[in-house]
Design a protein around this ligand. Sequence first.
Ligand SMILES: Cc1cc2nc3c(=O)[nH]c(=O)nc-3n(C[C@H](O)[C@H](O)[C@H](O)COP(=O)(O)OP(=O)(O)OC[C@H]3O[C@@H](n4cnc5c(N)ncnc54)[C@H](O)[C@@H]3O)c2cc1C
Length: 368
Amino acid sequence: MTNPVIIVGAGLSGLRAASLLTAQGIKCRVLEARDRIGGRVLSASDPNRPDLGRFDLGPTWFWPQHESHIASLIEELNLETIVQYKKGDILIERFQIKPPERCELKESSDEKWLRIAGGVQSLVDAVAATIPSEVIELETRVEKIQLDEAGDITVETELSNGKREKVQADGVILALPPRLVAQHIEFSPSLPPELIVDIENKPTWMAGQAKVVAVYDRPFWREAGLSGYVLSAVGPLEEIYDASPTNGSGALFGFFGMPSEARNRLGEDEVLNLVVNQLGKLFGNEAKNIEAILYKDWASDSETAVAEDFSPLKNYQNYGQPPIKGVWERKLVFAGTETDPQYSGHLEGALQSAEQAVSKIINLYNKL
Ligand SMILES: Cc1cc2nc3c(=O)[nH]c(=O)nc-3n(C[C@H](O)[C@H](O)[C@H](O)COP(=O)(O)OP(=O)(O)OC[C@H]3O[C@@H](n4cnc5c(N)ncnc54)[C@H](O)[C@@H]3O)c2cc1C
């Protein structure tokens, strides 16, 4: 084998695959369209207030009692975790014109929700640190993958300066959402029609969502016996959680009930006005004294979402490995959370699919 394995996408799945291949002494290159690693993992700080810390605008939690691969990786990488704060009451907002109801939050003792100190980005950075830095190529968008009659693969990329490059590969791991494979990458010869239908029908997990984090000087709601946990039928946020770091400042984050079309129509400023008003109604005027507010609308990010992802997810039937038959069967391997049959959508699925992809690649190599 002379050419590297090309991994498309430097999300958690692609990075984990690169780390495992590197550990096995197999040459690989990770080609990433964005100017950063992590994909849907994004832990951001306010550029004007970096002192406040980093907050998750993508994934937040893992559940160690069910998700053994992420739990052991976090232990192996020696990362600090934070138990999700859930002490105190929950607020339930049923009607626009009525104050929220306050109820006791019964904590299940065996269900542990863990966050990662510094955000999930700490996990991505730690995995990336196990890979030689030259292996990861940012701002390198894969546009075409070609297989010739001799069985050689050429991957065509576009760089941020518009330059196009061709890379030879012995195998390709597609570690990006299947819908992006279907809509953004051209294959020659074409992928089989049943494979295209399958990947078109794998919605990208959370791609239609947006997340907002409001940062405060302290978690003041805890002083009033509130957990920070809210369920709302009113919106714009439908679920709110305590996202406070361990440095003393406080933070609340929310998922939107407002669909992506409405967020798009209103624009970021108006959406954030509505968020601040909702927080004020729920937690009192102190909730309007925000030190920083961070917002990420995943639906308007073409490196994650396609138009079909804008509507809320209705079924999760089609996750798991796509059926590859024909000439591509021994050349292409799917990874990425949507291709994991059991933990699809989660960080755990991203990791398990990477492990599966690497063992398939090793298997293919051993047969050559
Ligand atoms: C708001 C939100 C909340 C979430 N909450 C949780 C949670 O609490 N717990 C949990 O377990 N999971 C959660 N998730 C899901 C979790 O983020 C994903 O399961 C995981 O990050 C997916 O990783 P991945 O590597 O499979 O895909 P991605 O992270 O999507 O990585 C794919 C990569 O491919 C790149 N790419 C795309 N097109 C190209 C191209 N043509 N060429 C090169 N590169 C390309 C992308 O830029 C990206 O970096 C959440 C997701 C979101 C958005």
